[in-house]
Design a protein around this ligand. Structure first.
Ligand code: NDP
Length: 289
């Protein structure tokens, strides 16, 4: 039987409706969640991602601001901008769109964001808290993947999950979050031997590599839940995932398409994190009096 194709846009839409209701409730307490995005340089993909983030904010009622800086911006200038935003009580979430120009250290920039405003969940404090199972801002793509699986009603406890890709923004954190959900998690990467042998053991297969069609029929056992995180632009301009959809969809139980699968969830979880930041910061302000 062919897989159920998960419509990420629909799932995201229902979560955004919940978030819009939360924003309304916060407004009654005089709190308007606010996100500031810093965009350095002219990378067209980054501009497009930022537009998506601003649109998402508008949709749920989050106030957003984009600070555009030229690619000649020095690291010091960027760090000073972040320092001002850290101090501004009217800014709840700060996001620096990556990648940055080569002369700026991404680590220095991420480290400079106040962990309480780090709605991307990349600051080492948030990564560490996530690792030990404490409250943290979770990185948006992994958070969205877990939420998406949960909303299908599929149980995670005891499932064998195989994650292909071990980046700090997708592979590692998604493995960690699923471990916390009591799945048995295996991670694969470019040095994994016999990839097919490992992926064929998965009940849930998550692929975050960035190579079009790297996963095909031979990697998947019938009935597997397949999440394709990859976003690859072909020479034709078409967007495609890491999974050969046409081969895998007929045998999987669930599958996410590209585009329209994981992508819409990522921005949605950023909105969720921004609302959480606004709540926590308002609570802290109140405590301080
Ligand atoms: P990275 O390039 O940081 O990591 C890719 C990972 O894939 C690495 O761990 C690498 O292994 C592994 N890998 C490379 N080749 C192979 C192979 N032949 N077999 C097995 N593993 C391999 O990528 P990201 O995690 O940042 O992104 C992955 C994909 O997800 C990209 O297409 C990106 O565009 C997409 N993405 C989508 C998002 C969304 O919202 N939909 C958000 C973020 C990313 P090694 O560590 O050994 O080099």
């Amino acid at each position: 039987m062919a897989a159920i194709v998960i419509d990420g846009k629909e799932v995201a839409k229902s979560i955004r409706a919940e978030l819009a209701a939360e924003v309304k409730e916060l407004a009654q307490q005089g709190i308007v969640p606010a996100l500031t995005v810093i965009l350095v340089g002219e990378d067209p993909a980054s501009h497009s991602y930022v537009r998506g983030k601003v649109k998402g904010c508008e949709e749920v009622g989050i106030r957003s601001e984009v600070i555009r800086m030229p690619d000649t911006t020095s690291q010091q200038e960027l760090l000073e901008t972040i320092a001002h935003l850290n101090e501004n009580p009217n800014v709840h979430g700060i996001l620096v769109q990556l990648p940055l120009p080569a002369h700026i250290s991404e680590k220095a920039v991420i480290d400079a964001i106040l962990p309480e405003k780090d709605v991307d969940g990349f600051h080492p404090i948030n990564v560490g808290n996530m690792m030990i199972g404490e409250d943290a801002f979770l990185p948006c793509t992994p958070y969205g993947i877990v939420e998406m699986i949960k909303r299908t009603g599929v149980e995670l406890t005891g499932k064998r999950v195989v994650v292909v890709g071990r980046s700090n923004i997708v592979g590692k954190p998604v493995a960690q979050l699923l471990l916390q959900e009591n799945a048995t998690v295996t991670m694969c990467h470019s040095r994994t031997t016999n990839l097919e042998e490992v992926t064929r053991q998965a009940d849930i297969l998550i692929v975050a590599v960035g190579k079009p069609g790297i996963i095909g029929r031979e990697h998947v056992t019938p009935g597997t839940f397949v999440i394709d995180v990859g976003v690859n632009r072909l020479e034709t301009g078409k967007l495609t995932g890491d999974v050969r959809f046409d081969e895998v969809a007929p045998i999987a139980s669930y599958i996410t398409p590209v585009p329209g699968g994981v992508g819409p969830m990522t921005i949605t979880m950023l909105l969720k994190n921004t609302i959480k930041a606004a709540r926590l910061l308002a609570k802290e302000e109140k405590r301080k009096g």
